[in-house]
Design a protein around this ligand. Sequence first.
Ligand code: ADP
Ligand code: MG
Length: 292
Amino acid sequence: ATPTSIMVGTGKGAEMGVLIKGGEALENAHGLDAVVLDKTGTLTRGEPELTDVATYDGLPEQELLQLVASAERSSEHPLGEAIVRGARKRGVEPGEAEGFEAVAGGGVKARVEGRNVLVGSQRFLEESGISGDGLAPRGEELARDGKTPVFVAVDGEPAGLVAVADTLREEAREAIEQLHGMGLEVAMITGDDRRTAEAIARELGIDRVLAEVLPQDKAAEVRRLQEEGRKVGMVGDGINDAPALAQADVGIAIGTGTDVAMEAADITLISGDVRGVARAIKLSKATMKNIK
Ligand code: ADP
Ligand code: MG
């Protein structure tokens, strides 16, 4: 494209809240054939809430919640923060925890009231040698509702689970319809439970689900799609998404997300409206057509 058509294109984008960093991004966007969207904070609002508390083996609910909230007290993960907020709302004040340790994409460990508490995904518990089998049926039920099941073990034994759910962004469904209308394949990527992710994907009409992906593996998933011969757009908001945004043919950041994501991306959707992805592609098509 000529410098003038690029200036016109980026100018129009800015008017629509689509901030395009350079001419290259504007040129590349028209050739995309797949878009990968991060789930939490991109398709959902990123404001998860504690919805369920289910105990196993007779531990009273308030006691389970006390242990979980205390273990998560120092967590900076949205799930941990949601659990702490939810506990307080239910009249449970998180207590002291020792030896707090967060494992990215897994969960947290801490000692609470002299007990070893593990909170996280089923896989996280199983990697610590604790069977999640007893909790799994309830976990599956919660996941089918699109909630994230968070498994809890106390002193090496399964103790219960809590569930956290996030609300879909209002415009997410329409944003995906628009991409389908342009003939693109739409995938969702997340570290979340596969069944939870699939329930949400069904609701949104998403074609492909990449679930239980560790934060450090998101970029590799994008690269795999590229190796299949696809031109991939990646849309994300988090620090975890930055390498995948950089790897993609076009990286698109949610403007209400983290600075790190915006720095790694080629395009930023200022208001966080994911319909901006289709807008950017249309703009790119128009720009490229003008010069032919
Ligand atoms: P996402 O891609 O949704 O941001 P992450 O990769 O951060 O997810 O985490 C993946 C999974 O690891 C979560 O769905 C949850 O099961 C578990 N997990 C991570 N951190 C925590 C935490 N602080 N408390 C409970 N579970 C956690
Ligand atoms: Mg996110």
